[in-house]
Each structure stands twice: as structure tokens, then as C-alpha cells.
Design a protein around this ligand. Structure first.
Ligand SMILES: C/C1=C2N=C(/C=C3N=C(/C(C)=C4\N[C@@](C)([C@@H]5N=C1[C@](C)(CCC(=O)O)[C@H]5CC(=O)O)[C@@](C)(CC(=O)O)[C@@H]4CCC(=O)O)[C@@](C)(CC(=O)O)[C@@H]\3CCC(=O)O)C(C)(C)[C@@H]/2CCC(=O)O
Length: 226
């Protein structure tokens, strides 16, 4: 899918919007290689952060683009940690239900004192929501850590996109996601460093959706890619 098509999918159909989108991605491509599907996540990270160096901060394990695109094609749920990440995920080009964890587990949070986001993840996991889903954590480190506990206890998301941001537990939580992804063979995309956030998580997830569109259109064959 070209950036022009992707933006058309988002509803940005004016000439100027298309020109900006295409020019922007042309610039990104001059800095970021375009050889594998994984490179598309690196490009998207650079595109959404405006930081060329961000391509070196992305970490992929167990072919998250292939696994994520397959989950999109299978119309599996996309489950975000907070409202902002959910709001960033395109409504077009897929038929996946998109939901957020926050808002669930209020009683558990009140009883235990844990964060609302971690309690929300644990509550949804009890319902089996994360099995086969694309689990997206853009904000809350404790949500990423809770998701890791769920995976340790047998839950198997189709793919994890984890870019929680900040100074408290953010890097640690992404490191834990990488360890868990390694140990249990879960496809995952994370980043290193203090940066991250819901915008980045949503942009990376949208790229999984765009790859799925390319598969549908016959432009990409997942069997020949990593
Ligand atoms: C530690 C937290 C951080 N939140 C940041 C940035 C943003 N948070 C927004 C909003 C609206 C919400 N943040 C909560 C998730 C809230 N944020 C936290 C927690 C205190 C702990 C999370 C953790 O450490 O794992 C968390 C509270 C919780 O109990 O989980 C939120 C639930 C707070 C609340 O309303 O109770 C809430 C989400 C509500 C919802 O989705 O409906 C921002 C949108 C606020 C803003 O900037 O206006 C923003 C979003 C940034 C993003 O890209 O996602 C920080 C700064 C990342 C901070 C962690 C950094 C740090 O201090 O170390």
C-alpha cells in the first residue's frame, strides 16, 4: 500500500494531504531501508516520531509483521491499553474489533491498589480477550508487565506492540516483554530507550493493518517475508 493509499484509507483525500503524505514517506525512505517487512515498522516509527534515529530503536521478535498482518486478515481483536492508543488506530482497511482495556477491572484496582491499566489487562485476560489478539500497549508500563504475567500463565496474543513511555518502569517493562517474547515465542515489536507512547504504538499497529491490505491486494505474499 502506498502512503497515498494509506492516507486515502484514513480519509485524508484532499490533494494537499496526499502530497504531504507521499513527500513525507519519500523522505523517510531515503533514510530507512526498504528491504523487509520489518523495515516498514522502522519507517513507520521514523514517520510518526519525526526522528530518523528511531529506526535503530525498534526491536522485532518472532516476525511480528507477518503474525500481526495474519491476525488482521483473520479479523482478530486489537486491544489497546488506553483510550489514546485506541483513538489512533485506523478504522479503515480492516474488520478487527478494536477495544481498550482501561475501564475494565476498576474493582480489582480499588481492592489491590494496583494501577487501573494493569488491573484492566488482568480483567480482560480472565475473559480470554488477549488470546489470538493484537495486544497494544502505548502508555502504561504496568499494563505491559501485567500482559507479560498473562503470557507466562498461558495467554498467547497473536502479536504484541509495546511502546510504553516514561521514566518509571517503561524501559524495564519493554525489556520484560522482550524476555517473555523470546521465552514463549510470541511475536513482538518494542522499542528501546525512554521514548515511546500511544501515538507510536498506534502507528506501528496501523502498519500491520496496511501490510494486511497489501496481502489482500496481492502486493505482498507473507510466505516470502520476515
Ligand atoms: C504513569 C502514567 C503516565 N501517563 C503518561 C501520559 C499520559 N497519560 C494520559 C492519560 C489520560 C492516562 N494515563 C493513565 C494510563 C495513567 N498514567 C500513568 C499511570 C499513573 C500509571 C501507568 C503505569 O505506570 O503503568 C496511569 C494510571 C493507572 O492507574 O493506570 C490513565 C489511566 C490515568 C487516569 O485517567 O486514571 C489515563 C488513561 C485514561 C484513558 O485512556 O481513558 C495522557 C493522555 C495524559 C496527557 O498527557 O494529557 C498521556 C498519554 C501519553 C501516551 O502517549 O500514551 C505518562 C507521562 C507516559 C506517565 C508515565 C511516565 C512517567 O511518569 O514515568
Amino acid at each position: 500500500m502506498t502512503e497515498r493509499d494509506a492516507y486515502a484509507d484514513l480519509g485524508a483525500t484532499t490533494q494537499e494531504a496526499m502530497d504531504i503524505a507521499e513527500t513525507s514517506m519519500d523522505i523517510v525512505r531515503t533514510f530507512v531501508p526498504d528491504e523487509t517487512l520489518t523495515d516498514r515498522l522502522r519507517q513507520k516509527a521514523v514517520h510518526s516520531t519525526g526522528d530518523i534515529e528511531f529506526q535503530h530503536l525498534i526491536r522485532c521478535q518472532n516476525d511480528p509483521v507477518v503474525a500481526g498482518a495474519r491476525a488482521v486478515l483473520d479479523e482478530r481483536p486489537i486491544v489497546t491499553d488506553i483510550t489514546m492508543a485506541k483513538a489512533g488506530i485506523t478504522g479503515r482497511g480492516h474488520d478487527c474489533p478494536v477495544r481498550k482495556a482501561i475501564g475494565n477491572g476498576a474493582e480489582l484496582a480499588a481492592e489491590t491498589g494496583m494501577t487501573r491499566t494493569a488491573a484492566a489487562v488482568l480483567e480482560l485476560d480472565k475473559e480470554g480477550v488477549y488470546d489470538g489478539a493484537i495486544a497494544v500497549v502505548g502508555n502504561a508500563p504496568t499494563a505491559a508487565l501485567a500482559l507479560c504475567d498473562c503470557i507466562e500463565n498461558g495467554t498467547r496474543p497473536a502479536a504484541v506492540v509495546a511502546t510504553p513511555v516514561g521514566f518509571v518502569k517503561a524501559e524495564e517493562s519493554r525489556k520484560r516483554v522482550r524476555e517473555i517474547a523470546e521465552e514463549y515465542g510470541v511475536p513482538a515489536v518494542t522499542n528501546v530507550g525512554k521514548r515511546g507512547g500511544s501515538g507510536l504504538a498506534a502507528a506501528l499497529t496501523n502498519e500491520l493493518i496496511h501490510v494486511a491490505s497489501d496481502v489482500r491486494n496481492g502486493d505482498v505474499d507473507l510466505a516470502n517475508h520476515e
